[in-house]
Design a protein around this ligand. Structure first.
Ligand code: ATP
Ligand code: MG
Ligand code: FE
Length: 332
C-alpha cells in the first residue's frame, strides 16, 4: 500500500510517500519569508502553505513514481500547530481523500516527532523514553507502543527551542537562532559565564528564567562595554547552550532512573543540537543506555514522520471522518 502524508503545522510545507512502512521520500519546502520578522508570522505561513502544497505533493508522487490513483490513504497533521497553517493541510487532505474515495488519517504532530525513530534502523523497542525538544514543546514521553504514549514531564512555560531562539535574539542573532548558538558554541568556553540551572519539581522543565537571566546580565555588561557581545559571542553561546543542555540532561537522567528504562531517544528540532547529542552520548556510555538519535532531516518538521505515524494507524484501521477539523492544541 501507498500512503501520502502532508505536514503543514508551522513553517514547513512537506509531503512524503510511504510504501508498506518504508518511507520513499520526504519533500520539504521551507518558508524563508519569516526570517526578516524574527519569528514565524502565522498569516504569511498560511499563505506560503497554499502556494507550496500542490507542487510539494506533486513532487512526492513523482519521486515515488506513482499516480494518485495508486494511493491507499491520505494522512495529515491535525495538530498541534498554527491554526491557519494546519487548515491548509487539513483541507487539502480532506479534498484529496474525498476525490479519490480513500481513507483519511489524522496524525498528532508530537507523536510523529517520536515515531520518526521508526523511519530507519536502528529502531528502539518498546517501551522507550523519548525527550522531545522542539520550537513549541519540551516533553519527556514514555512510549509504550507506537500509538500509546504518556507524557511524564513537560515544560511549564517556554519550550527549549524557544529559549535557544529568544536568547539568540538577545545576542543580536537572526531567527531561528538555535542552529547559530550551536555553531558558535563550538568555539567557546561553556564555563565562561554562569547562568542559573532552573530545577522544577518532578519531571517538569522551565526555560523562561534563563532568558531573563541573560537579558539582565547583558544589560549590565553592555553598560561597561558596548562591544561586550561581539567580544564574547562564542563564550556566551557556549555558556547558554551548556545551561540549557544541563536542564534537559538532569531530567532525562531522573526519568530513566524512575522508570527503569534504558532505551533513550531524542526527537524534535533541538535534537539536531550537536552539544546535546555529545552530552547524551557521554551519558549513555556512563549509564549503559541505548541511545537513539534521528537523522537531521527527521529532527525538524517533515512529512516522513507523519507518514510513519500514519502507517501505524493504517495497520490498526484508525481512520478519521471527513468532518475532522484541525486542533491548535492537541494532547499526545
Ligand atoms: P513543535 O514541533 O513543538 O510544534 P516546531 O515544529 O517549530 O515546534 P521544530 O521544527 O521541530 O519545532 O524545531 C525548531 C526548533 O529547533 C527551533 O527553535 C530551532 O531553533 C531549533 N533548532 C534547530 N536546530 C538546532 C540546533 N542545532 N541547536 C539548537 N536548536 C536548534
Ligand atoms: Mg519549523
Ligand atoms: Fe515540530
Amino acid at each position: 500500500n501507498y500512503i501520502l502524508a502532508i505536514e503543514s503545522s508551522c513553517d514547513e510545507t512537506s509531503a512524503s510517500v510511504i510504501a508498506n512502512g518504508k518511507v520513499l521520500n520526504n519533500i520539504i519546502a521551507t518558508q524563508s519569508v519569516h526570517e526578516k520578522y524574527g519569528g514565524v508570522v502565522p498569516e504569511l505561513a498560511s499563505r506560503a502553505h497554499q502556494e507550496n502544497i500542490v507542487p510539494v505533493v506533486q513532487e512526492a508522487l513523482d519521486s515515488a513514481s506513482i499516480s494518485k490513483s495508486e494511493l491507499s490513504a491520505i494522512a495529515f497533521t491535525r495538530g498541534p500547530g498554527l491554526m491557519g497553517a494546519l487548515l491548509v493541510g487539513v483541507s487539502f487532505a480532506k479534498a484529496m481523500a474525498q476525490a479519490l474515495d480513500i481513507p483519511l488519517i489524522e496524525v498528532n504532530h508530537m507523536q510523529a516527532h517520536v515515531l520518526a525513530h521508526f523511519i530507519e534502523d536502528p529502531k528502539p523497542t518498546f517501551p522507550f523514553l523519548c525527550l522531545t525538544v522542539s520550537g513549541g514543546h519540551t516533553q519527556l514521553v514514555k512510549v509504550n507502543s507506537a500509538l500509546d504514549m504518556q507524557v511524564i514531564g513537560e515544560t511549564r512555560d517556554d519550550a527549549v527551542g524557544e529559549a535557544f531562539d529568544k536568547t539568540a535574539k538577545l545576542l543580536g542573532l537572526p531567527y531561528p537562532g538555535g542552529p547559530l548558538i550551536d555553531k558558535y558554541a563550538k568555539e567557546g568556553n561553556p564555563k565562561a559565564f554562569d547562568f542559573p540551572v532552573t530545577r522544577m519539581p518532578n519531571l517538569d522543565f522551565s526555560f523562561s528564567g534563563i532568558k531573563t537571566a541573560v537579558l539582565y546580565f547583558l544589560k549590565e555588561q553592555l553598560q561597561g562595554n558596548p562591544d561586550f557581545i561581539q567580544e564574547n559571542l562564542y563564550d556566551l553561546c557556549a555558556s547558554i547552550q551548556y545551561t540549557l543542555i544541563e536542564m534537559l540532561r538532569i531530567k532525562l537522567v531522573q526519568a530513566a532512573k524512575e522508570t527503569g528504562i534504558r532505551q533513550i531517544a531524542i526527537a524534535g528540532g533541538v535534537s539536531a543540537n550537536s552539544g546535546l547529542r555529545k552530552t547524551l552520548e557521554l551519558e549513555a556510555k556512563k549509564r549503559n543506555w541505548e541511545l537513539f538519535i534521528p537523522k537531521f532531516e527527521y529532527c525538524t518538521d517533515n512529512a516522513a514522520m507523519i507518514a510513519m505515524a500514519a502507517y501505524f494507524k493504517y495497520l490498526e484501521g484508525e481512520f478519521s471522518s471527513l468532518e475532522v477539523t484541525p486542533l491548535a492544541k492537541m494532547k499526545i
